[in-house]
Every structure is written in structure tokens, then in C-alpha cells.
Design a protein around this ligand. Structure first.
Ligand code: LMR
Length: 311
């Protein structure tokens, strides 16, 4: 997708740096060979390496997908202790060798807390350049609303994922809009079944990652890769007028969320900078759910630090 221009547009050449661990070196080389063999017009070079310094040298965009993966029956916190030390090391490699304006997207779980560790151990990278993926959840929410209304997913916009990329995330449709031939309508006016909206819809989106793992024995791949491209595309090239997306970003205290946490907010992007959408009305139902997912992130942060101290 990256080499085809899905992520950065059809006019942007790319040089891809691929990093993997030593036992995967041969498989990584096969990926390099296939990238060359695909003769992508936009692909101007491939660096495939097991050396973090070489991989991070001069990169403008870092997408961190590496980490121990969650298997069926595991909760995200089960992989936390393994992954936070990986992210501490990745932080120092990026800090030392990446381009000064490098933009970082953390995908591997626990994504928000890995991003937080990366932010704290790579202090020279601006905090606004470190994000985590909740676009997958955002897209899942759009998909579920479209399915329920039997319309195309492209007609739905402005759902919000608040908080953690975990089962405590809060998929919020209070501000979501459907574009019809007659103009724009609120999702809440089109779906009168509030029990479905307040219960089933939320649970489906929260549990979708686990459902995919259960169905195929591994976590999502295609939808995650596509959401990564969407996240970077919109961050760099901008969000369409009148619509927002969800990104895990460093909280500035907006909506009463503890400053410094990496929390998913509704954002608009312009000229490579994201801004949290301000002024949305938050009712008591939403407030409780936003606070619950923030509380989990505060707990994950202290567990992460406890793991790093033990090491
Ligand atoms: C997903 O949402 O599909 C993944 O984050 C699930 C996982 O834990 O790997």
C-alpha cells in the first residue's frame, strides 16, 4: 500500500526502511526482494535490516508495528510488560537517528502506552509527533453504522473513538453524521434504537479486535494496514472539510483528560499538524465512558513504569 501511493498519495516517491529482529532476517529479505520485483514506480529504494540504527537513520515517518502479538484469550495487558521495554529501545534509536521532524505512529499493543513510553524516552521528538492508531476502531465504527443503516460507509462521518485502543475505548456516535440525498442527518436521528447504540454497537467496536483474533487465530492485518495508511495520509495531507478522524495523541487537557496521556480524540489535520476538535457537548453517559478509558490508561502507565523499573 505504501509503495503504491495509498499512504502518501500518487505523486510522492518513497524509500522504505524495513526493520525486523535477527531470526526474521531471511523472511525480511524476501519482502525486500518482492518489493523490488513488484517494480513500483513510486518506490525509490528499500533498506531491509535488523539494525535499528540503520533502519531509523533519517526517517521522516516511523510506523511501529513490531511487538509481541496478542493471541486468542490474551488481554492487551498481558503483552504490556514484553512490549514496553521494546518501545524504550525504539525510542532511543529514533531519538538518535531519525529526522528531527519524524512523525511516529505506534500500532503494536498496548499502542497508547507504547507511544507514551516512546514519547517519554525520546524527549527530543516533539510530543505532537508521537501518535498511536485508533483509526482502525474509528473505521470499524463507521462500518457498523453503515451496516445498520444499510448505506455505504462513505456516507457516514464524524464518529469518535475516545481513549485507549482497548476494550475500554468509547466509540461515540453523538456527533456522527450521515450524508443523504436530502442533506446531512444525525446518526442519532436515523437510529432510534438507543439500546443498540448505547450497548451493542459499543461492544461490537470495543471487541472487534478480539473477534478477529478468535476468527483467524491472529490479530487483524488488512484492516489494520489500511487504517495505518488512512492515519498517516490524513495527518500529512489533511482531513476533508467538515469531517474529523480519531487519533491517539498527547492530551493537552482537552475534555478534562489528564495532560500528557496518549488518548484518542477527534482531530482535524492541516499542513501536517493535528488539532483536537474543541467544543463538543459531552453528556453524562459519555463522560463516564471517557473517564473509564482514561483511568485504564493511567493504570497502564504505572504498570509500564513498574515493568521498566524491574528490568
Ligand atoms: C485489533 O484491534 O485488531 C488489534 O489491536 C488486536 C490485537 O490486540 O492485536
Amino acid at each position: 500500500m505504501i509503495a503504491r501511493g495509498v499512504m502518501l498519495g500518487p505523486d510522492q516517491p518513497v524509500i522504505m526502511h524495513l526493520l525486523d529482529i535477527l531470526p526474521a532476517a531471511e523472511a525480511l529479505d524476501a519482502v525486500r526482494m518482492e518489493l523490488v520485483d513488484a517494480a513500483f514506480p513510486l518506490l525509490k529504494g528499500v533498506v531491509a535490516t535488523t539494525d535499528a540504527m540503520e533502519a531509523c537513520s533519517g526517517v521522516n515517518i516511523a510506523i511501529l508495528v513490531g511487538g509481541y502479538r496478542r493471541k486468542e484469550g490474551m488481554e492487551r495487558k498481558d503483552v504490556l510488560s514484553k512490549n514496553v521495554s521494546v518501545y524504550k529501545d525504539q525510542a532511543s534509536a529514533l531519538e538518535q537517528y531519525a529526522a528531527a521532524d519524524c512523525k511516529v505512529l505506534v500500532v503494536a499493543n498496548p499502542a497508547n502506552t507504547n507511544a507514551l513510553i516512546l514519547k517519554e524516552f525520546a524527549p527530543s521528538i516533539p510530543a505532537k509527533n508521537i501518535t498511536c492508531l485508533t483509526r482502525l476502531d474509528h473505521n470499524r465504527a463507521l462500518g457498523q453504522i453503515a451496516k445498520r443503516l444499510n448505506i455505504h460507509v462513505n456516507c457516514v462521518k464524524n464518529v469518535i473513538i475516545w481513549g485507549n485502543h482497548s476494550s475500554t475505548q468509547y466509540p461515540d456516535v453523538n456527533h456522527a453524521i450521515v450524508t443523504t440525498q436530502a442533506g446531512e442527518k444525525a446518526v442519532k436521528d436515523l437510529i432510534s434504537d438507543t439500546k443498540w447504540l448505547n450497548e451493542e454497537f459499543i461492544t461490537i467496536v470495543q471487541q472487534r479486535g478480539a473477534a478477529v483474533i478468535k476468527a483467524r487465530g491472529q490479530s487483524s492485518a488488512l484492516s489494520a494496514a489500511s487504517a495505518v495508511c488512512d492515519h498517516i495520509h490524513d495527518w500529512i495531507l489533511g482531513t476533508p472539510k467538515g469531517s474529523w478522524v480519531s487519533m491517539g495523541v498527547c492530551s493537552d487537557g482537552s475534555y478534562g483528560i489528564h495532560a500528557g496521556l496518549i488518548y484518542s480524540f477527534p482531530v482535524t489535520c492541516r499542513k501536517g499538524e493535528w488539532s483536537i476538535v474543541q467544543g463538543l457537548q459531552i453528556d453524562d453517559f459519555s463522560r463516564a465512558k471517557m473517564d473509564a478509558t482514561a483511568k485504564e490508561l493511567v493504570e497502564e502507565k504505572s504498570s509500564a513504569y513498574a515493568c521498566l523499573e524491574v528490568k
